[in-house]
Design a binder for this molecule. Structure first.
Ligand code: MN
Ligand code: MN
Length: 243
């Protein structure tokens, strides 16, 4: 299980490579320093989790039952760690999210730290060895520290939260919330309102019925947006009632 954080999608090697390579591509010297600092720290985490995993795996080398259960570790790997995740899948550079756009990369990093945190939390919950738990608690804590640093770095860039890249989104369309899900089941007909679709500039656009009509039309020439209608607020349950 520990191998998930060694050679897995949200593991320490992926984090180290993602931040370090983002740093190499970064023209902003301040945030480049941040990316290289945290990328290097993640390499030290790789050493910690690798050492921890090795301590637990080493006895498998001489244990017949363990070898039968997990030959990749015991027979092929000799009771050592390899660049695999917990299921034995090989590490891949496809895990890395590197866009060359600093604010986009920082958002990816915040999400990556959140995923790493929750994986460590699950490992802790399944762990009954006090020493291993201490190490995992340390590693989990540092992911929150990194999440804080990446968040502060993003906010300090002074960009509007929804300003990504340079081409502006299409006016009106950008503020339309499509009510696309409504179907069968106990709650299938229930639509909800929240800050994700009401207040500010939000405009609700009813889509399901029109979507079905469009699917049924043979010419397919009508753009979906032409057939959509804006709904009244009465169609929706209030947030208070929903909660
Ligand atoms: Mn880490
Ligand atoms: Mn981290």
């Amino acid at each position: 299980m520990l191998l998930e954080q060694f050679g897995g999608a949200n593991g320490e090697l992926a984090a180290a490579m993602q931040y370090s390579i983002q740093g190499l591509n970064c023209d902003d010297p301040e945030r480049k320093d941040l990316l290289m600092d945290i990328g290097t720290e993640e390499l030290s985490h790789l050493e910690i989790v690798g050492t921890l995993a090795r301590m637990h795996l080493k006895p498998m080398k001489a244990d017949r039952d363990s070898a039968e259960v997990d030959p990749l570790i015991a027979i092929a790997g000799g009771g050592g760690v390899g660049l695999f995740n917990s299921m034995g899948d090989a590490w891949t550079a496809d895990y890395l999210k590197i866009t060359g756009e600093l604010d986009v990369d920082l958002r990816s990093n915040i999400a990556a730290e959140a995923r790493a945190k929750i994986v460590y939390e699950r490992l802790i919950n399944f762990c009954d060895d006090p020493g291993s738990k201490d190490a995992l608690q340390f590693l989990m804590t540092r992911e929150i520290t990194h999440m804080k640093a990446f968040t502060a770095a993003l906010e300090s860039m002074g960009k509007s939260p929804f300003s990504i890249g340079e081409i502006p989104p299409t006016p009106v369309l950008v503020d339309q919330y499509f009510n696309d899900s409504s179907g069968v089941g106990d709650e299938g007909e229930t639509d909800f309102r929240g800050p994700w679709n009401e207040g500010g500039n939000w405009e609700i656009v009813e889509a399901p019925e029109q979507g079905v009509e469009n699917l049924g039309s043979s010419n397919g020439k009508d753009a979906p947006s032409k057939k959509r209608k804006t709904s009244s607020k009465d169609n929706y349950k209030s947030r208070e009632r929903a909660s």
